[in-house]
Design a protein around this ligand. Structure first.
Ligand code: ADP
Ligand code: C5P
Ligand code: MG
Length: 291
């Protein structure tokens, strides 16, 4: 029998999965996003950077934003969302590949509700946790060269208060509601935080790959994630197997399955017992029956 399988795509205007990257000021959001962009197919959008870019244009809006940033307050949602959406649509038009990492947004329930009123929910949240003590130390150090008007002791205190009162409730809400929050210990050295982040992305992608017709990360990216999160190599193999099955099922076999087979072969060198995975991938490349 003919085998035609169609699955509805999510009605996303951007058609790109979005991850929120949250955490207190100085927790390392920007640092980790930069590493993710350097290693994977994804793009980084920092709400704070976009707001500072608006200030730099000298616009009236920029003057208001500047006052808010200096006092550690949250800019009204519409302004930040306009900037974010503009940047994301431009990136998409320029060929940027998802997932899109939105760093430092949503920072209040108002941010979240205004965003979700016009865009699909996020796929996952990366939440970097660090003590105020550590974050203060990092921000004061960063302040020596950042030129930022908010990297000073007085504004840092205000930013912590804003974080506690307005930003943490967003994390708690997403945790209770969508159950998609991944807490990451951001007190560790940068590379260790990155390894933990990669491992989480690997897991999140595994779910996305089985749940959605558009996979959050490609097999290639997943393999790189596995390389960074050494302990998750076996998970990667399982995931690649699932990816190959999914690809075969959707009749997009060759490129993805071949990539998965190559990836599995490489990982097999580390875990000799995984030979069976390769065979299994070959087996699913040409599904004879999917009724
Ligand atoms: P955020 O974007 O969350 O405010 P950044 O990524 O800008 O934080 O990091 C703040 C400062 O702390 C930067 O100077 C950065 O180099 C440093 N930093 C980031 N992550 C770590 C870490 N895990 N350990 C030590 N310093 C870090
Ligand atoms: O994330 P970052 O530390 O760059 O943000 C700097 C400042 O930008 C915040 O303290 C806040 O004043 C403003 N901001 C905001 N709304 C966001 C993100 C940042 O008002 N969603
Ligand atoms: Mg930042």
């Amino acid at each position: 029998a003919a085998c035609v399988v169609t699955r509805p795509r999510e009605p996303t205007p951007l058609d790109v999965p979005v991850f929120y990257v949250l955490g207190g000021p100085g927790s390392g959001k920007g640092t980790q996003c930069a590493k993710l962009v350097a290693h994977y197919s994804c793009a980084h959008f920092s709400a704070g950077d976009l707001l500072r870019a608006e200030i730099a244009t000298g616009s009236e809006m920029g003057k208001t934003i500047s006052e808010m940033i200096k006092s550690g307050k949250i800019v009204q949602a519409e302004t930040t969302i306009d900037l974010l959406r503009k940047a994301m649509f431009e990136a998409k038009a320029g060929g940027a590949k998802g997932p899109f990492l939105i760093d430092g947004f949503p920072r209040s329930m108002d941010n979240l509700q205004a965003y979700e009123a016009q865009a699909p929910k996020c796929k996952a949240v990366l939440f970097f946790e660090a003590s105020e003590e550590a974050m203060t130390e990092r921000l004061l150090e960063r302040g020596k060269t950042s030129g930022r008007t908010d990297d000073n002791a007085d504004t840092i205190k205000r930013r912590f208060a804003t974080f506690q009162n307005q930003s943490l409730p967003v994390v708690e809400h997403l945790e209770a509601d969508q159950k998609c929050v991944h807490r990451i210990d951001a007190l560790q050295p940068i590379d260790d935080v990155f390894a933990a982040t990669c491992k989480i992305l690997l897991m999140a992608s595994k779910r996305a790959a089985s749940a959605a017709s558009d996979m959050a990360l490609t097999t290639r990216a997943l393999l790189r994630a596995a390389a960074h999160a050494r302990t998750a190599e076996k998970d990667a193999i399982t995931l690649m197997l699932a990816t190959a099955r999914e690809a075969a099922w959707r009749r997009q076999t060759n490129e993805q399955a071949a990539m998965a087979a190559k990836a599995a072969a490489r990982l097999r060198q580390v875990h000799g017992e995984e030979v069976a995975v390769l065979t299994e991938i070959r087996d699913v490349r040409e599904p004879s029956d999917c009724s």
